[in-house]
Structures are given as C-alpha cells and as structure tokens.
Design a protein around this ligand. Structure first.
Ligand SMILES: *[C@@H]1O[C@H](CO)[C@@H](O)[C@H](O)[C@H]1NC(C)=O
Ligand SMILES: *[C@@H]1O[C@H](CO)[C@@H](O)[C@H](O)[C@H]1NC(C)=O
Ligand SMILES: *[C@@H]1O[C@H](CO)[C@@H](O)[C@H](O)[C@H]1NC(C)=O
Ligand SMILES: *[C@@H]1O[C@H](CO)[C@@H](O)[C@H](O)[C@H]1NC(C)=O
Ligand SMILES: *[C@@H]1O[C@H](CO)[C@@H](O)[C@H](O)[C@H]1NC(C)=O
Ligand SMILES: *[C@@H]1O[C@H](CO)[C@@H](O)[C@H](O)[C@H]1NC(C)=O
Ligand SMILES: *[C@@H]1O[C@H](CO)[C@@H](O)[C@H](O)[C@H]1NC(C)=O
Ligand SMILES: *[C@@H]1O[C@H](CO)[C@@H](O)[C@H](O)[C@H]1NC(C)=O
Ligand SMILES: *[C@@H]1O[C@H](CO)[C@@H](O)[C@H](O)[C@H]1NC(C)=O
Ligand SMILES: *[C@@H]1O[C@H](CO)[C@@H](O)[C@H](O)[C@H]1NC(C)=O
Ligand SMILES: *[C@@H]1O[C@H](CO)[C@@H](O)[C@H](O)[C@H]1NC(C)=O
Ligand SMILES: *[C@@H]1O[C@H](CO)[C@@H](O)[C@H](O)[C@H]1NC(C)=O
Length: 850
C-alpha cells in the first residue's frame, strides 16, 4: 500500500516538505496513505490492533459508534486492514492529558506514520516503540514528554522523519542513532538533552535538516558532521557547545541555514566557510569567536543574513563583504572591530538592517549610509569612535542610532523627503538617536516631527527655547537650549537610568527581534499572528504611506486564502486584498516552491528594483513588498478591470465596452509607458515581456503596464543582455537568431499588442501575411474587431488608421527600421486631425505599409 518513492523523488518532496511546513506540523509524510481512499472491507480488520487503540483511551467512546477502527478519525489502514497511520491531530481528544505509554506499540507492526504533535502527551517515550520497525514518520513534538530518548529508537531503521521538538526530554543522544541511515530530518530542539553530539551523527548521510537547538548539549561540534553532505539546515543554537568550528563544515555545500549562536564556541571562523555557496543565513552570535572576519565571505553569494554580534572579533570590516549583493541584514555589534566603515556599504541595494554598535570603529561615516530602498532601513552605529560630520545624505533610513560617538558639526540632513527609489512615499525618520556626541549648531525645527528623538549630551542650541522639542530629548545640552535648572538636576538621574535600562531594553528588544525572525522563518502558510509588530518586522517593507502592515495583509487575504486569489501565473498567484483603510491592493505572491528557485527569486527582486525606480501613470505602482525567502510578495495598486487580454477575449460585453476611442487611448497609454522606460530612464529599461496580459486596465479603462519580472536595465557596459525571455507570439523575430535584447524588441511586442487591441484577438500568423504583397486586398474593415460597430466619427477613423500605420511600422522585421517608442508615443498623442474623409472599406492594410 505505502508505495516507496524513488530516492530522488522522495528527496525533492522531502525538501519541499521540510521547508514548507515546519511551523504548524500539520503535514502528511510524503508517503502517507491517502486517508480517504483506504476503505478496507469491514470484515478484515485486525482485532488486536483494535484492542490496542481502545486501550489507549485516546478515542474515548468513538469505538462504540463504528466497529471498524479503520474508519475512526486519525486512523488509516492498508488494504489488508492493518493500521498504517495514526494522526493525532485528527482526533477530537478532550483537553485532558493523554499518556503516550497507554498506546501498545507492539500491536502495530505495520505502522508507517505516526503524528502525535501537540496533543498534551505526558510520560516518557516507551522503549516498545522500537518494535514498530516499519515506522518512517514519527512526530511527537510539542508535548510534555520527559525521560530519555530510548535507545530502541535506533531500531527504527526505516525512519525518515523524527520530530520530538518542544518536550522536556533529557539524557543524551544515543550514538546508535547513526543506524537511522534513512533519516532525512531530525528535530530534537527545545528539550533538555545533554552530553555531546555523537561523532556517529556523520553517518546520517541522508540528513537534510538537523535541529538540535535549545538543549544542553556540550562538547564540541563533531567534525564528522562534514560527512552529512546533504544538510540544508543545521541549527545548534542555544546549547553549551565549545571548541572551534570544525573546518569540515566547509563540505556542506548544500547548507542554506547555519545557526551556531548562543554557545561557547571559540577560535576563529574557519576560512572553509567560504565554500558554503548555498548559504543564505549564517548566525554565530553570542559566542567567543575571535580573529577577524574572513574576506573570503565574499564568496557566499546567496547570503542575506549575517549575524556575528557578541563575540570577540577584531580587525576591520572587510570591504569585500559588501560584494554580497543579496545581503539584507548585517549584525556585527559587540565585537572589537576597528578601522573605518567601508564606503562599499553603499553598493548594496537590499541591505536594510545594519548593526555595528559597540565596536571600535573610527573615521567618517560613509554617505549615503544605506541604499536600501525598503522604507524601514535600520542603522545602528552607536558606541563607536566615529568622528567627523553626519553625512548630508543618509539614504533611506528609518531608524538611525549614532549615539555615543565623537561626531561633530551640525545636523545637515533635514530635507529628507526625496527617496529617488520610492519617490511617492513621504520619507522621514521614525527614530533618531544622536545623544552623547560633540554635535553643535542650531536645531532645525523639522526635527520635531520625528516620533522618537534623542539629542541629549551634545552642544546644540536652539533660539526659541527649543519649542516643540521634548525636554527629555535635550538633556545635557548647553544651558541656552534647556530653560530651567530643573533640567540640569535631571541630568544625572537619567544617566544612571540609562545605564540600568539600556541592557534590559537591549535584551528585551533582542528577544522580540529573535522571536519575530524565528516566527517568520518557521511559519509555513505565512501564518502570522498578532505578535508581529507594525513595523518591527525585518523583512516586510512597506512604502505605501508607510501604512500597510504585515498583519493587515495577512488578515485581508485570510492568510492568502484561495478565495482571495484572482489569478495565477507561472511562478506566483495574485491576490486581492482590502486593507483596513478601505484601500484595495493586489498582491503578487511567489509560490512557496518557487521561492526556493533562484531564478524566480531573482526575477522577483528584479521586479522590485525596476518598479522602485520608475513612476509613471501608465506603469503599475508598487506600494510595498515583503522579501524573505519563505515569504515573498509584492503589493501593487489594484486594477479593477484586469488585463487587456481578459477584457478583449474573455467577455464579449467587456470587449464591447472598449469603444474605439478607449482602445486608441489604451494603445497610446501603453506607448507612453514604454517611451518613458526607454527614453526617460537612465539606464534605459527594456520590459521584454510586453503582452496584452501584462497590460492592466484601471477603473477608467486606462492602460497600466505591469509585470516587470523580466525587465532589464540596458546597461551600456554590460555585454550580457542574452537571457531570452518573453512570450511566444509577441517576441521580435530577430530574437530567433540574435540573443541581444534591445528596446526594439519592446517596440515589436507593442506592435502586436496594438494590432491585437484593434482586432480584438491576437493577430497570430496574420502578421506575416500583412506584409506579403499577395495579400494586398485585406481591407481595414476586415481586420477590426467585428463585435463593435465600425467607427462613425472621423476622429476615431483617423486615429485607427494612425495606430495601424504605427503598429505595422513597429512590426517590421528589421529592428533598425522600427520607430522608437518615443516616436510612436509622439505620433499617437499629436496626430493632426485632417479634413480628409476616410472610408475603411476602401483602404487596404497594404496601403498603410510605408
Ligand atoms: C485521496 O484521494 C482522493 C481520490 O483520489 C482525493 O480526492 C483526495 O484529495 C486524496 N486525499 C488526500 C489527503 O490525499
Ligand atoms: C500489546 O499487544 C500485543 C500484540 O497484540 C499483545 O501481545 C500484548 O499483550 C499487548 N500488551 C498489552 C500490555 O496489552
Ligand atoms: C493482527 O496483528 C497481529 C500483530 O499485532 C498479528 O499477529 C496477527 O496475525 C494479525 N491478525 C490479522 C487477522 O491480520
Ligand atoms: C503546541 O500544542 C498546543 C496544544 O497542546 C498548541 O496550542 C500550540 O499552538 C502548539 N504549539 C506549536 C508551536 O505547534
Ligand atoms: C532493538 O534495540 C535494542 C537495543 O538497542 C536491541 O537490544 C534489540 O535487539 C533491538 N531489537 C531488534 C528487533 O532489532
Ligand atoms: C529549530 O528549533 C528551534 C528551537 O526549538 C525552533 O524555534 C525552530 O523553529 C526550529 N527550526 C526549524 C526550521 O525547525
Ligand atoms: C557535558 O555535560 C555532562 C552532563 O551534563 C557532563 O557530565 C560532562 O562532563 C560535560 N562535558 C563537558 C565536556 O563539559
Ligand atoms: C559511523 O561513524 C563512526 C564514527 O564516525 C565511524 O567510525 C563508522 O565507520 C561509521 N559507520 C558507518 C557504517 O559508516
Ligand atoms: C583566539 O582564542 C584562542 C583561544 O580560544 C587563542 O588561542 C588564540 O590565540 C586567539 N586568537 C586571537 C587572534 O586572539
Ligand atoms: C568632544 O567634546 C569633549 C568635551 O567638550 C572634548 O573633550 C573632546 O575633545 C571633543 N572631542 C572631539 C573629537 O571633538
Ligand atoms: C544593535 O545591537 C545591539 C546589541 O546587540 C542592540 O542592543 C541594539 O538594539 C541593536 N540595534 C538595533 C537598531 O536593533
Ligand atoms: C539562530 O539563533 C539566533 C540566536 O539564538 C536566533 O535569534 C535565530 O532566530 C536563530 N535563527 C534560526 C534560523 O534558527
């Protein structure tokens, strides 16, 4: 019954499973029997199994209702009527605590899957579990189990998934676990397991995920772990592990997440880490690591999170670190780093959270500090030896802490309203701490709009008694700024208060932050609860008025419920969401699976990058985005009328509503958008996928170009424009033989869309025949959409002819002879009404081909 998948297929499923489900555990094993289809004849069930189920007491009086236990909730049987699956979460058990020992394991020799997650189980894991030798999926996590891991678990050689996280298990990890050769995922985290990690763990060569975090493990990290070459996730966080990080860790080429935080690790970070090319997140915080940050880190091209805070790392911050173009979050605080902050920090478009506090960094602050075009950039440079002025350009920072440095000069950056990346967002800081510096000058009144501000212990002055500033934010400045002696008395107290409160606050903030991160990363269906703070979330980034919050999105879509889905594409789904403000937005969410795929991921980031740089009324507006490898979505303005393709081909009524003048308007709007991208952006942007599907219509039936996933900057310095993309039927013919993408490819696609809009359907092979002189007698009237009447007014007639002339010019096979989008847009918006009276029945298409 339980078909064994081929290793390869299983592995793929397993990876998907592992990384899509960890939060809620409500998962089927990859080879779980289908509960609904297994319906054994009622005569053939096994009575001793039935007795064992009844004896467990877990089913209450259920057995009184149905004599065949194979029909009970949470029980599944094979064809022979033997129990193969027990799924606790299907059970309507009462809230009373259940004993794991009451289940007679010996009675279920055919059991393959057992999932008893979060059932309030007490007692220990009975050694009889070792008799269920067919078990491949065992979940006992999130219960109150105590006692030791029975060594008989090692008898379960078919085991692929062993989850016992979140219990109170103690004792050691039996070294015989190495016999579990089929193990794919081992989660023992959040228990009180002690002793060393056995060397034999390296024998688990199929292991993909190993989570031992939050235990009492000691000893060192076994070098044999380097043999588990399939590991993708390795978490040893919060244990008592000591010694060096073994160099063999460099063998784990598949590793994406490595967490060694909160241990007693010492020595240097091994250079071999550079070999972990798949690594996305690296956490070695709260250890005793010394030495310097290896500049070899630059090879970790997929790294987006690097936390090395609270160690004894010295040396400088290697400038090469900032070649990690995917870096989002960099925490190096509480170390002994010296030297300057490399100016290369500005290379990174995605770096939005940088914490270098409590080091010995000196010299000037680079300008701008961050390029992050997410609006919640966080910068913490506090408690260093930074000097000089605050740069006049700070970039797109939301929270800025430069307290406890040696900064001098005045505050320069007050007209921070123009973020070129997100020009539509009114930009301002939400938190600014410049206390304990040597800053001088008159305080600009604009500062009073910043919700949290601390300017204490500087040499500021402000003429009108610092009106608008909270006295608390100006403690310890020159007497002129603070107007009473009361303030002077206050100065000492808060100092002490800060000394006490700071570590507590830091601790608290850290815990919250850890919680949020953890929560986001573990949550399968992006299930976010009230706990995620309005703006404290690292990876959710909102631009639209700064007011869209993560949980609003989740709430509005009921956790991306299918009911809110309004369309699906190759790599994602589009959802409609009404926010609490009443505003409706569209969400484009990358499929869970695709978010693991680097090329989709790239296209997603690309879309953000492109759209952040442009603003035009015929180009879709990006309101915000969430960028995290487990949760990726973009927030757009919502287009009521869907795509042009839909309007033209799905619904005749809608097609009829698109009158000739409206269609010409749509074509002209599209031309404006493309002209803007090609000619007003620098470097120019080529859309590369102009189709009727990617042109959306708003409530007034104006065209809005969307889908910038494959758009590209035409960088003159880059010869690599080769990646072929686009949609069949819209691709310029030259793409068949040259791989070079130019603006003229968009011009061609535009020609197809223009023709399609007038014809009401894709022109298909007609495009070729239009240019064929043997088809001289195709008349315009035969071409136009027959669902609407031929135009009556001369203005429409002339406009259609004008569009046709331009569309045909755009479709020329020689790219050089096609007009530019600028020309097209110009011709469409400025064409002269002539007194000429045209009749479609007399004009052939061929006549329009110049
Ligand atoms: C079981 O199989 C039935 C019929 O093939 C299918 O409709 C159902 O979705 C399956 N259920 C599960 C849990 O796979
Ligand atoms: C457990 O089940 C086995 C096999 O059905 C049976 O021999 C044994 O007596 C049962 N043990 C208990 C304690 O019921
Ligand atoms: C029921 O299961 C027991 C093992 O628990 C086995 O000895 C017995 O042969 C099975 N009986 C049937 C009818 O399958
Ligand atoms: C653990 O189980 C309890 C019920 O026993 C449930 O309320 C809680 O949400 C579960 N926690 C996790 C992390 O699954
Ligand atoms: C199960 O494991 C124990 C100890 O690990 C061993 O003594 C016993 O022989 C094993 N039983 C089977 C059936 O392999
Ligand atoms: C690993 O264990 C920690 C601690 O129990 C838990 O918070 C985290 O969600 C686990 N990670 C995964 C991916 O299972
Ligand atoms: C590890 O912990 C165990 C008990 O928790 C202790 O007996 C042992 O000495 C410790 N080993 C090391 C290397 O600290
Ligand atoms: C298991 O690991 C140990 C220690 O690393 C090693 O000596 C042994 O040969 C391994 N066994 C197998 C079967 O690989
Ligand atoms: C790092 O710490 C180790 C002890 O854990 C020590 O032997 C070594 O000299 C230290 N190296 C540096 C560069 O401080
Ligand atoms: C900062 O101000 C203090 C107190 O006036 C002074 O002693 C110190 O030299 C100044 N430091 C710098 C770098 O200007
Ligand atoms: C930076 O790190 C320090 C030390 O871990 C912490 O106290 C502080 O809150 C962090 N800053 C930010 C902005 O998160
Ligand atoms: C890694 O450990 C740190 C510190 O204990 C924790 O904050 C973080 O959430 C962990 N990350 C992952 C991915 O487990």
């Amino acid at each position: 019954m339980v078909a064994k998948c081929s290793n390869c297929a299983l592995l793929i499923i397993a990876v998907v499973l592992l990384f899509s489900t960890t939060g809620s555990y409500r998962i089927f094993p990859p080879n779980a029997p289908n509960l609904t289809t297994v319906e054994p004849p009622s005569s053939s069930f096994n009575n001793s199994e039935r007795q064992a189920l009844i004896q467990s007491g877990w089913w209450g009086s259920h057995h009184a209702i149905d004599p065949n236990h194979c029909y009970w909730r949470g029980v599944s049987c094979d064809d022979a009527g033997s129990v193969v699956g027990i799924y606790g979460w299907e059970l309507n058990y009462e809230s009373k605590l259940l004993q794991l020992q009451t289940l007679n394991f010996t009675a279920f020799p055919n059991l393959v899957s057992m999932s008893l997650d979060g059932m309030g189980l007490t007692g220990s894991i009975p050694k009889e579990i070792g008799t269920v030798t067919k078990l491949s999926y065992l979940v006992l996590s999130n219960n109150s189990l105590h006692g030791k891991l029975p060594p008989t678990l090692s008898n379960l050689t078919q085991l692929e998934f062993l989850y016992v996280s979140f219990n109170s298990l103690s004792g050691i990890i039996p070294s015989t676990f190495s016999l579990l050769e089929n193990l794919i995922s081992l989660e023992l985290d959040s228990n009180q397991i002690e002793g060393p990690i056995p060397l034999q763990i390296g024998n688990l060569s199929n292991l993909i995920k190993l989570n031992l975090s939050h235990n009492l493990l000691n000893g060192s990290i076994p070098f044999t772990l380097g043999q588990s070459k399939n590991l993708i996730y390795l978490n040893l966080d919060s244990n008592q592990i000591e010694g060096h990080i073994p160099i063999e860790i460099g063998n784990l080429k598949q590793l994406q997440i490595l967490n060694l935080s909160s241990n007693y690790l010492s020595g240097q970070i091994p250079l071999q880490i550079e070999a972990l090319v798949s690594l996305q997140e690296l956490y070695i915080e709260f250890n005793q690591i010394n030495g310097s940050i290896p500049s070899e880190f630059q090879n970790l091209i997929n790294l987006h999170t690097l936390y090395l805070s609270h160690n004894m790392i010295s040396g400088v911050i290697p400038p090469k670190l900032f070649q990690l173009s995917n870096l989002v979050s960099l925490h190096l605080s509480n170390n002994q780093l010296g030297g300057n902050i490399p100016s290369e920090i500005r290379n990174l478009d995605f770096l939005c959270d940088i914490n270098l506090s409590n080091n010995k960094l000196e010299g000037l602050i680079p300008s701008p500090i961050l390029n992050c075009f997410m609006s919640f950039g966080k910068v913490d440079f506090s408690n260093n030896l930074l000097s000089g002025n605050i740069p006049s350009k700070i970039g797109y920072v939301d929270k800025l802490n430069m307290s406890h440095n040696l900064l001098s000069g005045s505050i320069p950056f007050l007209s921070i309203s123009d973020n070129p990346y997100i020009p539509w967002r009114e930009y301002s800081l939400s938190s600014l701490d410049l206390s304990y510096n040597n800053l001088t000058g008159i305080l600009p009144v604009e500062l009073t709009t910043i919700p949290y501000i601390n300017l204490s212990f500087n040499f500021f002055e402000c003429p009108q008694g610092c009106k608008g500033f909270h006295a608390k934010s100006l403690i310890g400045n020159t007497p002129r700024s603070v107007n009473s002696s009361v303030q002077v008395q206050k100065t000492e107290k808060p100092r002490n208060l800060i000394v006490i409160a700071l570590p507590i606050t830091c601790c608290f903030l850290f815990i919250i932050f850890v919680g949020i991160l953890c929560y986001i990363r573990c949550t399968n269906k992006v299930k976010f609860e009230q706990s995620s703070k309005k703006d404290g979330d690292l990876f959710s980034i909102w631009n639209y008025d700064g007011k869209i919050a993560f949980e609003d999105i989740i709430e509005a879509t009921q956790d991306f419920d299918i009911r809110h889905c309004i369309g699906t594409g190759a790599y994602g789904s589009v959802y409609k969401a009404q926010l609490p403000s009443g505003k409706i937005v569209a969400l484009k969410k990358l499929h869970q699976r695709e978010s693991q795929n680097p090329s989709f991921d790239k296209s997603f980031r690309n879309e953000i990058k492109m759209l952040s740089q442009i603003r035009h009324r015929n180009i879709v507006k990006l309101h915000g985005f969430c960028l995290h490898n487990r949760c990726m979505f973009l927030v757009y303005e919502y287009m009521e009328r869907g795509s042009l393709f839909y309007a033209l081909s799905m619904d005749d009524d809608e097609a009829k509503e698109l009158s000739w003048s409206k269609r010409v308007n749509i074509i002209s709007g599209t031309a404006n958008a493309l002209a803007y991208m090609h000619h007003d952006c620098f470097p120019p942007i080529v859309h590369r996928d102009v189709t009727s599907n990617n042109i959306l219509l708003n409530s007034e039936l104006h065209a809005v170009v969307s889908d910038f996933g494959t758009a590209r900057l035409l960088d003159p310095d880059s010869s690599n424009q080769t990646l072929q993309v686009g949609t069949y039927g819209y691709l310029a013919p030259e793409l068949a033989y040259t791989m070079t993408v130019t603006e003229k490819c968009d011009v061609y696609s535009f020609g197809v869309v223009a023709l399609e809009t007038l014809m009401g359907r894709h022109p298909g092979v007609l495009i070729l025949s239009l240019f064929n002189s043997s088809n001289k007698n195709i008349m315009i009237k035969d071409l136009l959409d027959s669902r609407i009447r031929l135009p009556l007014c001369q203005r429409d007639t002339q406009a259609i002819v004008q569009v046709l002339i331009l569309a045909l010019a755009c479709l020329r096979s020689d790219p050089k002879s096609r007009p530019s989008m600028q020309q097209v847009a110009y011709e469409l918006s400025n064409f002269e009404q002539s007194s000429l009276s045209l009749s479609f029945s007399k004009i052939s298409v061929f006549q329009l081909i110049a």
